[in-house]
Design a protein around this ligand. Structure first.
Ligand SMILES: [Zn+2]
Length: 456
């Protein structure tokens, strides 16, 4: 199988460093706000990647970090007048609820940055000793000009890079793109003791300290959103290759494409920011999985109600087909070569850099083929059912035994309207909406994961 590597800009045959033992690290959330559908997309992509690698017999160890100390956390905690730890716990819990709802269980460990302060300090010390870092007023910076290959992942040239705005921290830097490995403590902020004085880790260093701890100085796959290529992943390469003197730090750099909403870039300032929780209130978890995975992980996805509805109806087509297939009586006919070749095609597509849209197309090709033929041999029937079982295992989408019908659109819309009303504290109207749902035969219960709808 082949994986596209952002660093070499090529599809490369997947050969883990250690035979069938594979290692994968994906950048996790900074728990200062609700996880959004951009985060969700990356996590779903890598969930599928992990499931497929394990399906192929690799013993995969998969780690995600949680940036539980960061400027944004400190700022938001102050605004909310709660502790930084408490704030982090709130959003980490929200993430866990979302993962549970979407059945994302492939990650072996969620590593919180503050649990690895010792490892972080050790890396910073090594970088200082080797002359790649310098200290100024209690903050330790990475000296980008010392690392000759800085820019190789993103294709940036340091000479051409200009920073538009200078921050307070920038005045202590030798080069505007030097970045903080260790930040000097400011009064009232959380801080840890270190040989460079009291402070806290910078953002980039936590990932390399965590991965060195678990995987060593080199490993197989590093994933994250495309927006993290520069500077975050560029800085990770600089840190780890400078520390160990070994390259490549990572064999395969995988990046998930952007999420647009109704044709526009998703951003807080455009007001089109969709949280994972909001999406879960609107669509069934399996619809969400199908929708996200029906687009190749590197391509941008344009989220819209239309896309969600298409995913829902595609899934219905598939489960209708499997019901029919189960009742289709095998005939004493020759095995169909087309069926075997489409099944093969499904796996070839998956092996080609996890091309899920093409793999899904193969699934539909087989349904159309059998529907048109309307007869099947016993062996072929077995093979097709096995294909659907494999699909369920890799995509974590149930198509063979749909448990219950999905909630009708009308009810989901009412539930969403009620959420809006509750948000605006229009309690009476919210209660009226609930009553309307009950008249239509559905009750709604409020839970931490959002509203739960069920038939009365
Ligand atoms: Zn990261």
């Amino acid at each position: 199988m082949k994986i596209y590597d952002t660093l070499t800009k090529k599809k490369k045959v997947f050969t883990p460093r250690n035979k069938k033992e594979a290692t994968m690290f994906v950048c996790g959330i900074t728990p200062y706000d609700s996880p959004h559908i951009g985060n969700l997309r990356t996590f779903l992509n890598h969930d599928l990647i992990a499931n497929y690698l394990r399906y192929k017999g690799y013993n995969l160890r998969y780690i995600q970090n949680i940036t539980d100390i960061d400027d944004k956390i400190i700022k938001r905690a102050k605004e909310k007048n709660i502790g930084w730890k408490e704030l982090g716990d709130i959003y980490f819990k929200e993430l866990q609820n979302i993962l549970k709802a979407l059945d994302i269980k492939s990650v072996n460990k969620y590593a919180k940055a503050t649990d690895y302060i010792k490892e972080i300090i050790k890396q910073v010390e090594t970088l200082m000793k080797k002359g790649y870092a310098y200290e100024k007023n209690g903050t330790v910076f990475f000296d980008v000009l010392k690392f000759k290959e800085y820019g190789k992942l993103s294709g940036q040239n340091l000479k051409k890079l200009q920073r538009a705005e200078r921050t307070e921290e920038d005045k202590d830097k030798k080069h505007p793109y030097d970045f903080a490995l260790w930040k000097a403590a400011k009064p009232g902020e959380p801080a840890w003791d270190s040989p460079f004085g009291k402070g806290r880790p910078g953002w980039h260093i936590e990932d390399t300290a965590i991965t060195e701890h678990f995987f060593g100085t080199q490993y197989d796959i590093h994933g994250g959103g495309m927006d993290l290529i520069f500077p975050h992943h560029e800085c990770e390469i600089a840190q780890q290759e400078a520390t160990s003197g070994k390259k490549p730090f990572v064999k395969y750099w995988m990046h998930s494409g952007f999420v647009n909403v109704d044709g526009e870039k998703m951003s807080k300032s455009f007001g089109n920011f969709v949280t994972a929780k909001e999406l879960l209130a609107k669509a069934a978890p399996e619809t969400i999985r199908f929708m996200m995975l029906s687009v190749h992980y590197r391509s941008p996805i344009d989220y819209s109600d239309k896309l969600k509805d298409q995913a829902k109806s595609s899934l219905k087509t598939l489960s209708d087909f499997t019901q029919r297939l189960k009742t289709l009586k095998p005939q004493k006919i020759k095995n169909d070569k087309n069926i075997a070749s489409i099944i093969k095609e499904f796996f070839e597509n998956m092996d080609d850099d996890f091309n899920t849209p093409k793999a899904i197309a193969s699934i539909f090709k087989i349904t159309n083929h059998i529907n048109a033929k309307n007869e099947i041999s016993a062996d072929d029937k077995k093979a097709v059912i096995k294909l659907f079982k494999d699909f369920e295992r890799i995509f974590k989408i149930n198509v063979l035994n749909k448990k219950n019908e999905e909630t009708p659109e009308e009810i989901l819309n009412l539930a969403q309207k009620r959420e809006e009303l509750r948000k605006n504290k229009e309690w009476q109207k919210a209660d009226e909406t609930r009553a309307e749902m009950e008249r239509l035969g559905y009750k709604v219960e409020d839970s931490k994961e959002g509203p739960k709808i069920s038939k009365i």
